[in-house]
Design a protein around this ligand. Structure first.
Ligand code: CMP
Length: 141
């Protein structure tokens, strides 16, 4: 697939993916689908079933829970991991603030990637825990 190579370059710039072996990066690059969302588009809706994991490659998004803003995210950051890890509904709503380009991995590819790459799983967990520390009560409101 010719589009895999540019995605490898994007993935290398994503902090949690940067250290993956080249073969694995290529595999991920072949598994992702590029998605473009116009400003104002709801990418992930709280309460919906979770089908995808998203890496932002361009643009910014807002993460909100019950109409309370939790944070913004931009290039190199990811979202949508919680519903896929837990097999539970989306915990928050993620809305594009600009025209936003993401790489999307579907549930089964995401879970297989974590199982095959424990270092990646640990790095992702570190980011998730940091986010939780920054907003410990985000989901109590
Ligand atoms: P998920 O629950 O699949 O869909 C909504 C996403 O918003 C969630 O995964 C996380 O990626 C993100 N999210 C939820 N809560 C927080 C939080 N407290 N801080 C940062 N991001 C969050």
């Amino acid at each position: 697939m010719p589009e895999a190579v540019p995605y490898v370059e994007h993935l290398k710039k994503v902090p949690i993916f940067g250290k993956l072996p080249a073969k694995e990066l290529e595999y991920v690059a072949r598994s992702v689908k590029e998605r473009v969302y116009e400003s104002g588009t709801v990418i992930v809706k709280e309460g919906d079933p979770g089908l995808g994991f998203f890496l932002i490659i361009e643009g910014r998004v807002d993460v909100s829970h019950k109409d309370h803003r939790i944070r913004e995210m931009g290039p190199g950051e990811f979202f949508g991991e919680m519903a896929l890890m837990e097999e539970a509904p989306r915990s928050a709503t993620v809305t594009a603030l600009d025209r936003t380009r993401c790489l999307q991995l579907v549930r089964w590819d995401f879970r297989a990637l974590l199982k095959e790459n424990p270092d990646l799983a640990v790095r992702m967990l570190e980011v998730v825990v940091q986010r939780l520390r920054e907003h410990p009560g985000a989901h109590d409101v």
